[in-house]
Design a protein around this ligand. Sequence first.
Ligand code: PGA
Length: 253
Amino acid sequence: MAAAKRKKILAGNWKMHGTLADARALARGLAERVGKLEDREVVLGPPFTALAAVLEAVKGTRITVAAQNMHWEEKGAFTGEVSPLMLRDLGVQQVILGHSERREIFGESDEWIQKKVASALAHDLAVILCVGETLAQRDAGETLKVVSGQVEAALRGLGAEAKGRLTVAYEPVWAIGTGRVATREQAQEAHAEIRACLKGLGLPADEIRILYGGSVKPDNVDGLMAEPDIDGALVGGASLEVESFTRIVEYRA
Ligand code: PGA
């Protein structure tokens, strides 16, 4: 499948931001501005507490909603966790897994992330799997090795269930929340490596969307989206305002 055939995804990761009123206002504003677009997918990732309100606010539009994390088990004594069944019950369609903040701050291992990915897909939740190197790893020339290692560890054993429901987000840790965006060339190089790695795993690499994340803003999105292996963006800070996220969704490449 040619690059142009992969439908682009513009996803907002709201992280731990916003009251219910904030979430409703943001989701309603975006529903109005970009809720009808058919040529690209718009995904909103509010915190757990706002999932229901955001689902309600985007009802009747083409926008879909993602959780930012989940446990792999369906239920049990796991204080503070949320299960795939609970997300499905709410009407959530997808989940962001393996974000570097989960890996680095909360100690999520490759093994946990692999279990989460397998469980989400088994429960019919689409997955946005995040991978990315730290600055020290980049400086040591280990970027491609780290990124492909994370992809392989998380997707081990996956087969046909990934089809149409797996997205990978390349998010260099040094670019997240820093204002220091990867160059288009750096991003394209990592994306091409990820695609080769997906192919090596026997997955339909040409159909899987690979998003770039890390300081995506209205003023740099167009250049990034022009690269052949960049199929969208996972956006933190700039997804928290209707104007800036609308401009990102309406990128011009
Ligand atoms: P940022 O976050 O756009 O604020 O850098 C991206 C992310 O962490 O997904």
